[in-house]
Design a protein around this ligand. Structure first.
Ligand code: FMN
Length: 226
C-alpha cells in the first residue's frame, strides 16, 4: 500500500466487527506515528489506549452517563467548542451535507430526532470497536501544537490501514472530559482532545458504504506561478 492508497482507503468507519486488535499492532502503529512532525519537535501528543475489560467497563460507564444526562444532569460541560458558535458557509454546508448523507445511508429521516440521537450515542460505544485511544494535550499548548495532534492522529489512521485496520476519530468524547479523565487518569494539566475507535470495519453495515464528499481542488487551493 502506498501513501495515496492509504489516504484513499481511510474513511471514518462507524460499525466494527468484534475481531480483536492485537496489542502488538497498535504499539507498532504508535511507535511509527511518533515520526509525525511537530513544530520545534515538541511532540505534544499523549495517547491512552483502551481495550478488553477496560473498554467494556468504559462502555458501561458511558451507558450510565448518557442515562444521567437524559435525566437532566448538566454537571459535565464540554471543554472546548467542537465547532465555532457560528459555522458559516461553506463549512456549515459541508457539515450539513455529511450529516444528511450519513442519516440517508442509515435510513433515518431528518424529523426522527430520537433515532438520530440514538445513533449519535453509538459514538460512546465506540461503534462496536474492540479498541480505542484517547488523545490529550497539555493545557498550556496553543493552536500550533493542537495542529501537531492532527498530524499525529492522521499518521495513526494511515498506519492502521497498512495494518488492515480501520478507525473513526471522535471529537464527541470531548463532551465528557471529566468522565474520561477520571477513567483513564488524565491529570488536571492535560486536556482531552479526541478519542478514536479502532478495529475491523463491518463491510456489510450501510453506514460504512458512505463516502464523504470533498470540495474541488479549485475551491480550497490557489496556485501562484504554478
Ligand atoms: C478530529 C476529528 C474528530 C471527529 N469526530 C467524530 C465524531 O465524534 N463522531 C463521528 O462519527 N465522526 C467524527 N469524525 C469523522 C468526520 O466526520 C469525518 O472525518 C468526515 O466526515 C470525513 O469523512 P471520512 O473520514 O469518512 O473521510 C471526526 C473526524 C476528525 C478528523
Amino acid at each position: 500500500m502506498n501513501v495515496y492508497e492509504a489516504l484513499a482507503s481511510r474513511r471514518s468507519v462507524r460499525d466494527f466487527l468484534p475481531t480483536p486488535v492485537p496489542g502488538a499492532a497498535i504499539r507498532r502503529v504508535l511507535t511509527a506515528a511518533a515520526r509525525a512532525p511537530s513544530g520545534g519537535n515538541v511532540q505534544p501528543w499523549h495517547i491512552d489506549v483502551v481495550a478488553g475489560e477496560r473498554l467494556d467497563a468504559l462502555k458501561a460507564i458511558m451507558q450510565r452517563r448518557l442515562r444521567e444526562v437524559a435525566a437532566g444532569d448538566t454537571s459535565e460541560r464540554p471543554e472546548y467548542d467542537i465547532y465555532p458558535k457560528e459555522l458559516v458557509a461553506p463549512y456549515r454546508d459541508y457539515r450539513f451535507r455529511l450529516g444528511e448523507a450519513m442519516y440517508a445511508a442509515l435510513g433515518i429521516p431528518r424529523e426522527d430526532k430520537a433515532r438520530r440521537l440514538q445513533w449519535f450515542a453509538r459514538n460512546y460505544q465506540f461503534f462496536g470497536a474492540p479498541m480505542a485511544l484517547f488523545c490529550s494535550i497539555d493545557r498550556r499548548m496553543g493552536p500550533p501544537q493542537w495542529s501537531d495532534l492532527g498530524m499525529f492522529l492522521l499518521s495513526v489512521m494511515l498506519l492502521l490501514r497498512e495494518e488492515g485496520l480501520d478507525s473513526c476519530a471522535q471529537e464527541s468524547w470531548s463532551i465528557y472530559p471529566h468522565t474520561i479523565a477520571h477513567f483513564i487518569g488524565i491529570p488536571p494539566e492535560r486536556m482531552l482532545f479526541a478519542g478514536m475507535s479502532i478495529g475491523h470495519r463491518n463491510p456489510d453495515h450501510p453506514v460504512n458504504q458512505l463516502v464523504s464528499e470533498r470540495a474541488e481542488l479549485s475551491q480550497f487551493a490557489t496556485f501562484h506561478g504554478v
